[in-house]
Design a binder for this molecule. Structure first.
Ligand SMILES: [Zn+2]
Length: 106
């Protein structure tokens, strides 16, 4: 198809963003109800939406999805957060992959 690589119409992007935010809420709710399987599924859907509509996942959501195994990470459950001088280290306790982020402000 010819225009597949073009940006999607703005109204679709807005809906995609809303759905992503909704899925983030659902992920948190699922974890609260001990349904990690559901949270992982929602995270996967959100990731797909963000790729399809080329919208970025909100920072706090993006960091909560393991890049390697795709599971939804919750501190104290399957995510270990360590603060260093300038870095935050996120360790996925599911697959052991490590991501580092720069610490902002302060
Ligand atoms: Zn992982």
């Amino acid at each position: 198809m010819r225009f597949t690589r073009r940006k999607k119409p703005s109204n679709q992007i807005r809906i995609a963003e809303e759905r992503i935010n909704r899925l983030f809420d659902l992920c948190n709710e699922a974890v609260k109800r001990n349904r990690q399987d559901l949270a992982d599924r929602y995270a996967e859907i959100a990731k797909k939406i963000s790729m399809k509509y080329k919208v970025k996942l909100p920072k706090e959501f993006n960091r909560r999805i393991c890049k390697k195994c795709g599971c939804f990470l919750t501190p104290g459950i399957n995510l270990r957060v360590r603060l260093n001088k300038n870095l935050i280290t996120y360790t996925c306790l599911n697959c052991g992959s490590i991501r580092r982020f720069r610490r902002e402000n302060k």
